[in-house]
Design a protein around this ligand. Sequence first.
Ligand code: DC
Length: 222
Amino acid sequence: MSIIIAVDGTAASGKGTLAKRLAQHFGFAHLDSGSLYRLVALGVTEAHGDPASEADALAAARALDPARRYDPAIRSRAMGNVASVVSAFPAVRATLLAFQRDFAARPPGGLKGSVIDGRDIGTIVCPDATAKLFVDAAPGVRARRRWLELSAAGAAPPESAILADIEARDARDRNRPVAPLKPAPDARLLDTSDLDIDAAFAAALALVEPSVENALKALAKG
Ligand code: DC
């Protein structure tokens, strides 16, 4: 039995950063499940396919190489938007499920647990996760943070364009019939609108630590 922390949340809510820090804190493996959907988006784009075509998206999902998930090409705004479109196809989601569940069941490196972030980790991928977080922040706050990040990295689109992307993506992710973005009934909610990253991490840790510590003790007892 391995320990699983599910971190779901809205676009640009900071869930990825929190998941990474939680993984470092506990010495667990980290999987950004959004990177898999972004790889499907990249695959469709590279094949000059149509992201609105289920057949094209499915072909990219079947050909996906998860080892490419650190490819910087998937981090663009365009890939985020296309990922949100291809992720609505049930067959694409079904194709990516086995990799995610296998990662959770057998974290790489023989680690005791994993932290997986996404949209449906607590609801569909790992409904029996040890601890579940749902991270959100006001759309304007998320747009501002993303704009500051992009500005620091070089060129940023106007903040209003980032806000429009975020709102469109959330609406699409929330309203799809299969595995929509929503908190699992037993997820702990974390609104980071008024928190900086250190305060958000402290709050996230306080929410998941009791269940994770219990699970670690149970593992140690065998
Ligand atoms: O977390 P992200 O912004 O990298 O995700 C990109 C898109 O992928 C997101 O808009 C919806 C989709 N996604 C999903 O449907 N399910 C997940 N578990 C993770 C991401």
